[in-house]
Write a protein that binds this ligand. Structure first.
Ligand SMILES: *Cc1c(COP(=O)(O)O)cnc(C)c1O
Length: 457
């Protein structure tokens, strides 16, 4: 045991392979269905919006997928990321627990998202694609993909939820600095956007609407443009496993092994990124680490959603997948963790949660910001409101260990910094934040319109 604070790897330690949970998951995910036919999708359908290499990764059962040299070269700009022992937070909590965090906020755009953005831009470029389309809510995914497309000389159209476009001008300018075109969604550029505007010219937009617009633009471009998604799908989760692979080595440097690994979940990618390599150790090496996914009480897909087939987007254009869902029409309350407001969750993660290999907790917004502030004041980093959910759960674990007089080793993923989220902090300090619990009737309402499918669930 040391009193060391930072556990640092060198460039040579950047993983050479991503880890694919499909190889080891005892619960294979259900088939992906076509949104219109509701039959299993063919690669033909997917190839309209994704390049073949990405589709192959989506369905691959290889345990390890080599990381191309071109991608590793770019990873060197910020990877390996530091593992940090939160000595000062431990002290403030008076806990015998040891708290470690992996800091993905050190990437150039401030979150874990470039881990997959760079890979996706690479595979699209290699396939001869000229431009990508995507959606963004708060702007973190759009920022990551803007940087990646700029490195690979690809054009990028970002459909940004209108209310965020207006409220978060800095994220938009960041994307524009990298050369992306950013549109406030709903736009008049797509049929779906025009249909929304005809009904409601003042629509504030939603992630589901923006996804539909970005998919439509790619699907109607005759192969010139492809679509890129920042979470939920298996290839995205796979790309994020560089986080957990590095963390395994770094925990080893610290001479400890985590009893619990924690991450926040929006679509599930940063949590899977840190947790799946540790899950492999559970499944194959007999380790017994608890893996805890943390979601907001305002969008509780795992803890209160139904495990069933649902559309990935509001317009019912994206594939239907089996997941814990709040319903594709679910409009979450306006919490400040924009990245955690999705109605569904990654199918592989849902299958594992349903079968008991993962745990989930839902935390309220105000207590989450209290944890964020305690973390900022002890560790010196302003966390993203999304990441603060993982911090809340890590602090609760540490307090529980104190109560029980247990030495517990806690590892959480700090998925991003919150330097662009100061309005959210201001709202917290001025007492404007609310806790939201979704009334059961509202949940039942949004679950009324689930697709009827013929395949066995
Ligand atoms: C996008 C985002 C999330 C949520 O997405 P996941 O796919 O669940 O990881 C969490 N934290 C940050 C900082 C994000 O940018």
């Amino acid at each position: 045991m040391t009193d060391q604070t930072r556990f640092l790897l060198s460039e040579a330690d950047i993983p050479r392979e991503w880890y694919n949970i499909n190889a080891d998951s005892p619960v294979p995910p259900a088939p992906v269905l076509h949104p219109q036919t509701r039959e299993p999708v063919t690669p033909d359908f997917l190839s309209v919006i994704f390049p073949m290499e990405i589709i192959l990764q989506e369905v691959s059962t290889e345990r390890f997928i080599p990381i191309p040299d071109e991608v590793r070269e770019i990873y060197k700009l910020w990877r390996p990321t530091p593992l940090i022992r939160a000595h000062r937070l431990e002290k403030a909590l008076g806990t015998p627990a040891h708290i470690y965090y992996k800091n993905e906020g050190v990437s150039p755009v401030g979150s874990h998202k470039p881990n997959t953005a760079v890979a996706q831009a690479f595979y699209n470029k290699a396939a001869g694609v000229k431009a990508l389309t995507t959606e963004t809510g708060a702007g973190q995914w759009g920022s990551a993909l803007s940087m990646a497309c700029n490195f690979f000389d690809l054009d990028l159209e970002v459909y940004m939820v209108k209310v965020s476009y207006q409220q978060k001008p800095y994220r938009r300018m960041l994307m524009e600095t990298f050369g992306a075109q950013v549109f406030a969604s709903p736009t008049d550029r797509t049929q779906f956007g025009r249909s929304i505007l005809a009904e409601n010219p003042d629509s504030p937009g939603s992630l589901g609407i923006a996804i539909s617009e970005a998919v439509e633009m790619a699907a109607t471009s005759n192969g010139r443009k492809k679509y890129s998604l920042g979470s939920v799908l298996n290839h995205v989760l796979t790309h994020q496993t560089v986080i957990g692979e590095e963390a395994l080595k770094q925990m080893d440097m610290a001479g400890e092994y985590p009893d619990v690994v924690i991450g926040c979940v929006g679509g599930g990618s940063n949590f899977a990124g840190i947790a799946y390599p540790f899950l492999r150790q559970n499944l194959r090496e007999g380790q017994r680490t608890r893996l805890v996914a943390v979601e907001p009480q305002a969008a509780p897909s795992l803890t209160r959603g139904v495990y069933t087939f649902d559309y990935g987007d509001t317009a019912k254009m994206a594939p239907i997948v089996k997941m814990h869902t709040l319903g594709h029409d679910f409009v979450p309350p306006p919490i400040h963790a924009g990245g955690l407001r999705y109605h569904g969750m990654a199918p592989s993660l849902c299958a594992l949660y349903d079968a008991g290999y993962l745990e989930a907790v839902a935390v309220p917004q105000k207590e989450t910001f209290a944890a964020a502030v305690q973390f900022a004041r002890t560790e010196g980093i302003i966390p993203a409101p999304e990441s603060a959910h993982a911090i809340r759960a890590a602090i609760d674990e540490a307090l529980d260990a104190r109560e029980k007089g247990e030495k517990r080793v806690i590892l959480f993923n700090l998925s991003g910094h919150g330097n662009f989220d100061m309005m959210a902090y201001q709202a917290y300090f001025s007492g404007q934040l609310e806790n939201y619990t979704i009334p059961q009737e509202k949940l039942e309402q949004s679950l009324k319109d689930l697709p009827q499918v013929a395949v066995p669930g």
